[in-house]
Design a protein around this ligand. Sequence first.
Ligand code: UDX
Length: 437
Amino acid sequence: MTGTSSVAPVGSKIAVIGTGYVGLTTGACLAHLGHTVVCADIVEEKVVALNRGEIPILEAGLDDLVREGLRSNQLSFVVGAANAVGGAEFIYLCVPTPQGADGSADLSYIQEAAAEIAPHLMSEAVVINKSTVPVGSTLVVEEALGRSDIAVVSNPEFLREGSAVHDFLNPDRVVIGADDQGAAIRVAGLYLGLAAPLQVTDPASAETIKYASNAFLATKISFVNAIAAVCEAVGADVNDVVLGMGYDKRIGNAFLRPGPGWGGSCFPKDSHALVKIAEDAGYDFGLLKGVIDVNEDQFERVADKVERMAGGSVDNKVVAVWGLTFKARTDDLRDSPSLEIIRRLRERGARVQAYDPSSPSPTDPRLEGIDVVADPYAAVAGAEVLAILTEWDELKWLDFDKVGEAMAAKRVVDGRNLVDRTGLVRRGFAYEGIGRS
Ligand code: UDX
């Protein structure tokens, strides 16, 4: 592999393939750091809208950053990967790696993108894998490129939806995995404007850091949800337990919020993929399988709570749900714990009325059979139980006297330990949280 070792000057020419959460955030932030960025997508309408500064996702600060980049001509959008890479020194692959039937990550989009750009790349360009890919995928990309003059580098992202721009510009670390040290140094130069530890390692380790990090975060959440179950059984308060645990600096209390289970576009897909990666490599990752099982069980436990709160059955009863997205501050419904729980309640005969501050479209096929309303008070009208399943801050401040009047019975299952338990009990509500009642 060849790669000049000089650090990339600010103002490098960069192409970003794919404009989903990761691609759009990466492109807009790199333009903000002073690079010239061309982003490519296969969907023409999306590219046209993006060039008008219209972004298709709810993501804090991203729309302003995209418009800033368009105004300064640092950022532009084109249709087709081949049209983005001409003259580019660096090419980011930010295409989807969906979960395959066997749990493994599907690499076909990555291979297609690599094959498409290969003939158009200038010599000495560096291809950077930012998609979440199984260990060994840097080799897969090299093969798909078939260019010995092009270095491939792994550069996993750790963005959280809802705070993606902040996370990109204020990373806990930048990880670069490369066999070609010269290429690694050039890629490192792209992040010069960021104050973050820079870790340069080999591709396999970089790819594993990504999966291990997500799997460990999911493990923390499954652990605290399991502890919450113990608290319910022994009469302890999980919020106090987490506080007590967290004083131990080796534990800390980040990512230990009990809830309805974890979901989203990353944790479910990545945890299953890591189990498969380990299995294919001859290791039975029993711990992680347990983490996934606890999460599935948590969906069941919350549905059971609602059923118990409704007097033992939800059959033909109205259940109100506040929160459909997998977490607050995003409009993303992918693998949402809320939808998992609602599915179980509907299987038990419940009629679900739901509200979410992100105003999801009632015609979204994932919301079929759910009566999605645009007002939180309309959602609780005639309901036997209100289940709070996404931790939207605004829900805390709603008028619970008005809620109580609209409901058929004042009963709340707080799947996020979000609202003021004492205040509700004082207003005559029956209240049950996660790991606290
Ligand atoms: C995650 C990782 O955090 C991020 O670093 C990675 O790049 C992509 O995957 P994201 O999918 O946006 O980000 O969600 P995250 O904020 O991590 O939440 C994941 C799930 O865990 C959500 O369903 C959330 O509600 C739940 N969660 C999170 C808890 O139940 N308790 C917590 O304490 C934290």
